[in-house]
Design a protein around this ligand. Structure first.
Ligand code: GAR
Length: 194
């Protein structure tokens, strides 16, 4: 990983759709001396995403895209990524499914954070489903993105206990707190194994 520190930090794009609390923690991580990444671009499918304010605050290039026509959206995003020399994509609460074509065309790694202990609870509304099924544990997972939803190679997971008093809201909050620690850790692990 030493070779990625300093000027050689890997140029990274973070994709978001909403609050961007993971984006915020990734920005903090990228500013650490030992960080292997430099966040050069934030992409959102929603121009009202609250997370875009972090891009503004930290003067990171940002780009919102309307997903009416997926092919066109893919094309425009790929163009932006190329222009910014992006070598790593981090999905952080990005609620669109990347097309197979996009995944094949972007020749560099794509990572995602998912709010469950994959391979359990792929897809949406994980916390509601976990509570409904009376699970004893849940957590979050950082994994590589491949052509199948939430199914790429797992890099790291963090498990937490579910208490009787928990509901989907309290779980969301507690899992999110862990996500903010897990994503930077997983990026470090992933890049040091390249
Ligand atoms: C996070 O919990 C993330 O794991 C999840 O959306 C939330 C975004 O929060 N992602 C998915 O569900 C992807 N399928 P944030 O905008 O505050 O980072």
């Amino acid at each position: 990983m030493a070779k990625l520190i300093g000027k050689n930090r890997i140029k990274t794009a973070v994709f978001i759709s909403g609050n961007g609390s993971n984006l915020k923690s990734l920005i903090f991580f990228s500013k650490k001396k030992i960080s292997p990444i430099q966040i050069s671009l934030v992409i959102s499918n929603n121009k009202r995403a609250r997370g875009l304010n972090y891009a503004k605050k930290y003067k990171i290039n940002k780009f919102s895209i309307i997903y009416k026509n997926k092919k066109n959206a893919d094309f425009l995003i790929l163009k932006k990524l190329k222009k910014n020399n992006i070598k790593l994509i981090l999905l952080a609460g990005f609620m669109k499914i990347l097309s197979k074509n996009f995944i094949i065309s972007f020749k560099h790694p794509i990572l995602n954070i998912h709010p469950s202990l994959l391979p359990k609870y792929k897809g949406l509304n994980t916390h509601e489903r976990v509570i409904k099924n009376n699970e004893k544990f849940t957590g979050c997972t950082v994994h590589m993105v491949n052509k199948k939803l939430d199914s790429g190679k797992i890099i790291l997971r963090k498990k937490i206990k579910i208490y009787k008093k928990d509901d989907a809201k309290t779980l969301e909050k507690r899992v999110l707190k862990q996500e903010h620690k897990l994503y930077p850790k997983a990026i470090g692990k992933f890049l040091s194994n390249l």
